[in-house]
Design a protein around this ligand. Structure first.
Ligand SMILES: [Zn+2]
Length: 242
């Protein structure tokens, strides 16, 4: 009887162990699939808030700053928080613009310099979570206009900004070669078949941006990268989590 009970108990234990191993394997597989989905190219991406907090406690310069809070009067028109963008889908849940601290400080200087001329900045996009870059490439797989997901975008690093100039008196955009996210050769800096005014406006934006530490992107007159962006990590954290 004692032997029979012992055998039964051993059988029960092995069933329990079998199920525990099965559950563990399932968890491992699902975790792996999750990572595959989010980061199939094995990039170094900060994708959870605790890692981000750790990073900024070591290096506060990496803090993603809310542009609207730092720069009074800056205008935001965050297209990816609406359906009015090339994906025809709302990508962001809120119309926010964040960039790393030194980038935000440079934008403040630019906006202030422009204000003395009766002009200001209007921002279309700034920090962009990596998962949005994946989505963009799915919709428009042309790496001249959409960042390659196997590299990530400078927007994912919080060091790029898409923007234009506005006239503060009329609150309207200065005329530029194209509208934002026009994926044609007309958006390139090398495109010269434009009116004097448009050429002057594009040059004005380029001059002020490059003066304060940005470099232009050849294919898009609206996109600027902050010098030294390579030192900032790619991120996949939602605006709400910042
Ligand atoms: Zn851009």
């Amino acid at each position: 009887m004692v032997i029979l009970t012992k055998i039964k108990s051993e059988k029960r234990n092995s069933i329990i162990i079998f199920f525990l191993i099965a559950i563990l394997l399932l968890l491992l597989v699902s975790c792996h699939q999750h990572l595959q989905k989010e980061n199939p190219y094995n990039l170094k991406i900060i994708s959870n808030v605790s890692d981000y907090k750790k990073l900024i406690s070591i290096n506060p310069e990496e803090t993603l700053v809310d542009i609207e809070k730092l720069i009074p009067g800056i205008v935001l028109d965050i297209r990816y928080a609406t359906k009015n963008n090339f994906t025809n889908q709302q990508i962001y849940s809120s119309p926010k613009a964040f960039v790393r601290k030194p980038v935000a400080e440079a934008l403040l200087k630019i906006h202030t310099a422009l204000n003395s001329k009766g002009l200001g900045l209007k921002v279309f996009d700034a920090y962009r979570p990596y998962s949005a870059t994946m989505k963009f490439y799915e919709v428009y797989p042309d790496t001249n206009f959409v960042a390659a997901p196997w590299k990530g975008s400078v927007h994912n690093r919080g060091c790029a900004v898409d923007l234009t100039l506005i006239d503060l008196n009329t609150n309207t955009e200065l005329e530029m070669p194209t509208l934002f996210d026009d994926f044609t050769t007309k958006s390139a800096h090398s495109f010269l078949n434009l009116s004097e005014t448009v050429l002057k406006n594009r040059e004005l934006l380029r001059d002020v941006m490059t003066k304060y530490g940005f470099v232009q992107y050849e294919h898009e007159w609206w996109h600027y990268d902050f010098v030294g962006w390579q030192d900032s990590d790619l991120m996949d954290i939602l605006f709400e989590e910042l």
